[in-house]
Design a protein around this ligand. Structure first.
Ligand SMILES: C[S@@+](CC[C@H](N)C(=O)[O-])C[C@H]1O[C@@H](n2cnc3c(N)ncnc32)[C@H](O)[C@@H]1O
Length: 212
């Protein structure tokens, strides 16, 4: 089922970079993965635009969405870079802080009860994590170092039959950075995943279920 109108309105109102068609594909993946009755995990909260969609699917299924971000912004979101938003700088410390905007987004969408937000570096959070996951959505740092660490840190926790979703996958370097594409290729070449859907730069893969 597509997200409810109030969820779509909250998604459209939130700051972020994900277009609607990719958001709908993410929501569909989250709905499907939530049937495994396991948490849905996002790397890269930013202001909560994509988190809303995971949380809405989690609420319907009675599971929890977990979202990880240090809230200091990725390289391309720093001052002077293409995706910088000066309104997200904490003047008191002189650095990006997307946590207040994220909390507002979640509150306005009425989804606070369904999300656990981890504020910190993704590899550190992953190193402390032990529970199986129904979905891993990788949309954090887009350098090879960060995308690889996200893959290596979180994918081992993805349950058989669970979904791996990767954002900003650009096979053609003219369209964007290659780190998410390399992680996507790595997942497919591992033989552990099959492709479920392609929506613009959003790829959904399924971890091959263990044979009975
Ligand atoms: C592209 S934005 C996420 C956009 C969000 N998923 C959306 O659709 O609105 C990437 C986010 O990843 C976070 N990030 C980058 N590297 C990180 C890391 N190593 N650990 C935690 N968060 C990280 C940044 O702070 C930034 O908020």
């Amino acid at each position: 089922m597509p997200p409810k109108p109030e969820i779509l309105a909250a998604f459209e109102a939130a700051k972020g970079f994900m277009p609607l068609d990719e958001g709908l594909a993410l929501h569909a993946a989250a709905e499907e993965a939530a049937r495994l009755a396991l948490p849905l995990l996002e790397v890269g909260t930013y202001c909560g635009r994509s988190t809303i969609l995971l949380a809405a699917a989690a609420r319907e299924a009675g599971v929890t969405a977990v979202t990880v971000d240090h809230h200091r912004g990725s390289e391309e979101q720093q001052p002077g870079w293409e995706y910088h938003d000066a309104s997200l700088v904490d003047e008191a410390v002189g650095r990006m802080d997307t946590l207040p905007a994220f909390r507002r987004t979640l509150h306005q969408a009425g989804l606070e009860e369904h999300v656990v937000a981890i504020v910190g570096r993704s590899p550190l959070a992953a190193s402390l994590w032990a529970a199986p996951l129904g979905l891993v959505f990788i949309d954090g740092g887009h350098t090879d170092e960060h995308a690889t660490a996200d893959y290596e840190g979180w994918v081992p926790h993805l349950a058989p039959g669970g979904l791996l979703v990767i954002h900003d996958v650009f096979p053609d370097p003219a369209d964007g950075g290659q780190a998410p594409y390399r992680v996507y290729r790595r997942a497919l070449e591992s033989g552990e995943f099959t492709e479920v859907s392609v929506t613009r730069s959003l790829r959904v893969l399924r971890r091959v279920p263990v044979a009975a």
